[in-house]
Every structure is written in C-alpha cells, then in structure tokens.
Design a protein around this ligand. Structure first.
Ligand SMILES: *Cc1c(COP(=O)(O)O)cnc(C)c1O
Length: 426
C-alpha cells in the first residue's frame, strides 16, 4: 500500500511509542540518564517551535516535482524517525561512512557504495577517485597538481550540462565528442574517465555502446542517474550493466535527506572516493560533508524504498491526477493529458491545456496567483512554456506533477486551480 507515503507528518503519539520502546532497549546502564534526557527532548519535537512560521517562510504544496530549489522530496515518517534518532548520539564519522556504504552496497547489489552530499558531490568524488586511480595521485594534489597529470574526461557534446562544474572543480579537462568515431579517437594516454548523462535526450551514442568502447580502453565510466528513480530497479540496473560508478540524488525520488546522495559502483573506486571526502580536510570533498543524521537518513531511505512498489506508487500518482482533472474539467476549452517521461522523473505528469483568451487568465498568471495565495501552491516550472516536456507543454498549458503531494493536497490543488480559472479577475 501507499500507507507509508500517505501517513503524513509524524504524530506525537507515534514518537512517544517509538521512544518508549527505544528506552526499553537501552536498558539499565549509566547511559540511561542521558538517553532519557535526550529522548525526552525528541518527544517534544511535535511541540517544538515551528521555525518556518517563526522565520516567516511559507510552507508550500509541491505540485512541481523533485526540484532542488523547492527542497525536493519530503522524507517519509520512517526516515524522519531514523534521522531524529541518529541525532541523539555522536559516533566516529568514518565508522558510520564505512558501515553505511557496506550496507547500501549489499542492499543495492553493487560492490561499493558511499553516502555523499548529493549527486553533485558524488560526481566530484567520482572524478577525484578516477584521477587517483589513473595517476596513483594523492587527494591533496587535487586540483592544483592535476594539470600535470592524466586529466581528461570524455563526454558527448549533447551531455554537457550544468553539473560539469562538479567534475571541473577537480582540475580536469573535458573532451567533447559527437560521433562514435570521434569517441574512439578521443581516448588518449591522458583519459581518466567518461561521464554519461543518463536522462539526456540527445546524443548519438547509446549507453551500452558508450560503456563498451570505454572498457575496450580500460577507462572507467561514470553515469549520472541523479533523478532516474523510479523505477526502483535503476538502483542496480546501471551498475549491473557494468558502469563503474553511478550517482543518484538522495533527496529526489529516493526521498532521503535533500543534502545526501549515493555513489555506487566498483569498490576500489568508491574507496578512493572516500579518501577524497570529508572528514579529510586536505581533500576536494571536505566541503561536501554529510552529517551523521543525513548518512543514517540515506540508509533509512534506501530501506524504505525497497519496501515500495512502482506499480502501486504510479496508481496513486494517477489517482491524484484524476482528482485534479475532475476539479477543472468544466473550465471552458479545457483539455487534459497525462504524460510520463521516459527516464528522469518517470512519473505521470498532468497537462491542462486551455485557451487563455476564452478563460481570461494565462497559465503563467495562474502559477503566480497560486504562489501568492495561502496555502502556497507551486506548479511545475514548465507551466506556460515550451519546456522539457516536448509537445506536451506550451504557453497554453498548466503542468502539475502529483508525486510530491502529501495526503489531501491533490484535492486542495484541484480546488484552488478551479477557483483561479473560474474567477480570473479576482
Ligand atoms: C538533481 C541532479 C543533480 C544534482 O543532485 P543533488 O543530489 O542535488 O546534488 C545532478 N545531476 C542531475 C542530472 C540531476 O538531475
């Protein structure tokens, strides 16, 4: 069932039930007094100050999707509880990093894993690992010494993207290719890795050919699959194909902490990635620290995810789109359409197309009205523009993603959309 997602916010009673059980598990030791104190503090979480309110920051209804600027996903209650519990005690950071990596690698069927500060941090650490592997270099040589080393990363021209920054900060040079022949010619004694942007729709070279040719040259391949979950099986599909390193964002479809992510792949490379990571200070990854709470949250999110079911999730997201369709279907000229992208954000998206002249308000104006009302609703950024959804969106469409909505919110989004569309001049 979808119960976990839809369980909503953590209630005080559930927290109490959990903490009493935890207290019993702690048993009688000198530890007890401080644990009791700490747990009492967590018990009061439900009654804690609402800092969003205190700071005057509006909570949003996320009808947009897992956008980083909208703080991406909300962690499921079981992950929130694991994070709160991890906050109660200090540990040795490296022991936690190692143990969490081994646990995740087992659960996600790969040799090695590292909890990173996000997919972007994972890409930096992957690059640093490949530099160390190819050159026998030390982490402290990155980036200053890299100009003198093997330092080339091969990328398809169509896969150049904003996250190239994550590689470039290690001091590497990107070598662009277009055709398979370009690609074969691009390998040189200085090549250290290749990067494949999994959800890029363009590019002549497919992911299997890309991998095969790199491996013929004994060069490791990194894949950026940051937003490519669901389906759940993607978490082992690409490492299973032979990609040496694959990164995922922790706070998008996996619903872990937003500032966490996963680097999965060959153990010797994930181990080298760890040597370039916090807590080591003389390393490129020092600023990519992941706190104990987020490391544990990432592990708990993987556990949570492996209990989910793609088909049931999709049915629930579709039910929410149908709720919204029912709410707006009587708006003049309204045509509705549901589209599921092939790779990233592979969930049903709702497209509401209408004639703004007939209705009296444009999709961009609707988006702005929903933003200024309370509760504040954020529609998908492709609303009112020809964006990433190809023929499905244009200046006359409202785009809604339903997968980040919380229980009861599809009804609210439907109602507010109907109100704004039927009172365009309110
Ligand atoms: C979101 C995203 C990232 C960055 O992920 P973080 O976890 O926020 O660091 C990197 N690459 C792609 C393709 C993404 O969609």
């Amino acid at each position: 069932m979808f119960a976990m997602n839809d369980a909503g916010v953590l209630t005080r009673r559930r927290f109490l039930g959990w903490s009493q059980a935890a207290l019993a598990a702690v048993g009688a030791s000198g530890f007890l007094a401080s644990s009791q104190q700490a747990l009492a503090t967590v018990d009061n979480a439900g009654a804690a100050d609402d800092y969003y309110e205190k700071l005057g920051v509006a909570k949003i209804i996320n009808a947009a999707g897992t956008y980083t600027f909208l703080t991406a996903a909300v962690m499921p209650p079981q992950v929130q509880r694991a994070v709160a519990r991890a906050a109660l005690h200090p540990v040795v950071l490296n022991e936690l990093l190692t143990a969490s990596g081994e646990y995740i690698a087992r659960r996600l069927r790969c040799e090695g894993a590292l909890v990173t500060s996000g997919a972007s941090g994972a890409l930096t650490l992957a690059t640093a690992a490949c530099i160390c592997s190819a050159n026998g270099a030390k982490p402290e040589q990155i980036p200053e010494g890299v100009a003198e080393m093997k330092n080339e990363v091969i990328v398809q021209k169509a896969h150049r993207y904003e996250y190239d920054h994550a590689m470039l900060l290690c001091g590497v040079r990107i070598v662009e290719v277009v055709t398979v022949d370009d690609y074969k010619r691009a390998f040189s004694p200085k090549t250290i890795m290749t990067n494949f942007f999994n959800s890029a729709e363009a590019g002549e070279i497919d992911r299997q050919t890309w991998l095969d040719i790199a491996h013929q040259h004994s060069v490791p391949c990194h894949m950026d699959a940051a937003a490519d979950m669901p389906p759940i099986e993607n978490l082992w599909k690409y490492t299973g194909m032979g990609y040496d390193l694959v990164c995922f964002s922790g706070g998008k479809g996996i619903r872990g902490p937003q500032n966490a992510g996963l680097l999965l792949g060959r153990k010797h490379l994930t181990d080298l990635a760890a040597t370039n990571d916090s807590p080591i200070s003389d390393a490129v990854g020092r600023g990519m620290k992941v706190a104990k709470e987020q490391i544990v949250g990432m592990v708990a999110a993987v556990d949570w995810l492996l209990e989910q079911n793609d088909a049931q999730d999709e049915a629930e997201y579709t039910r929410r789109t149908e709720t919204i369709i029912r709410a707006v279907k009587d708006i003049p000229t309204m045509k509705t359409d549901i589209f599921t992208p092939e790779i990233a954000n592979r969930v049903p998206h709702l497209f509401l197309a209408y004639d703004p002249q007939a209705v009296g308000i444009t999709p961009k104006q609707v988006q702005e009205r929903l933003r200024t009302q309370r509760p504040r609703i954020e529609l998908n950024p492709a609303t009112g523009s020809a964006g990433r959804f190809g023929p499905h969106s244009n200046e006359n469409t409202i785009v809604v993603a339903t997968w980040m909505l919380q229980p009861g919110e599809a009804e609210i989004v439907g109602r507010h959309l109907h109100d704004v569309l039927s009172h365009p001049h309110a």
